[in-house]
Design a protein around this ligand. Sequence first.
Ligand SMILES: [Ca+2]
Length: 191
Amino acid sequence: MKNFQFHLILISIGSILLFSTCELTNEDPCEFVSCLNGGSCNNGNCLCPTGYIGENCQNALLPSAFRVEALYLTDFPDTDGPSCWDASGGCYPELYLVIKQGTTTLFTSTYYPEAMSPGNYSYQPNSPINFDYSTLYTIQFYDYDGSIVNSELVTGGYLRLSSIYSPPLPSNTLNLSNTSRSYQLSGEWLF
Ligand SMILES: [Ca+2]
């Protein structure tokens, strides 16, 4: 019986030692690490999402550009005030998009005939256009009237990303609007 008790004590001590060792090796290095702005902890270090740096992902970076993959126009003046855009052959505009930087045209799309608002008209450049963060771009929509030179400006405006950007990082779909148009830029922030 004494022998049995002695073995029981040995087993108990062994178990305590075993569990203590396990607790030591299973200590979580991320237990006291707090990763901000959507960062995640890996082995005690923060893995930061795009646009953030720092030990705890606490610092937001400024983007260098936005890579525009598509533009979606949703709301625009589909009549010319009380008049039609076209004197004959329908009322609504044959709507196309022009993107310029200064006097340089970066993209001219094909047109949608008889475009009505609200709608969802998508324009996709053959290859994505990088909008530099601090550069001014012109985004215009025209009514095609048989030739480019006869086209009439339907609506348009300027866009400078640095004027609209503030952390946290916006999504990859930018919703932009003013009184005469609403559109989305779809793409990716670059750093
Ligand atoms: Ca037209």
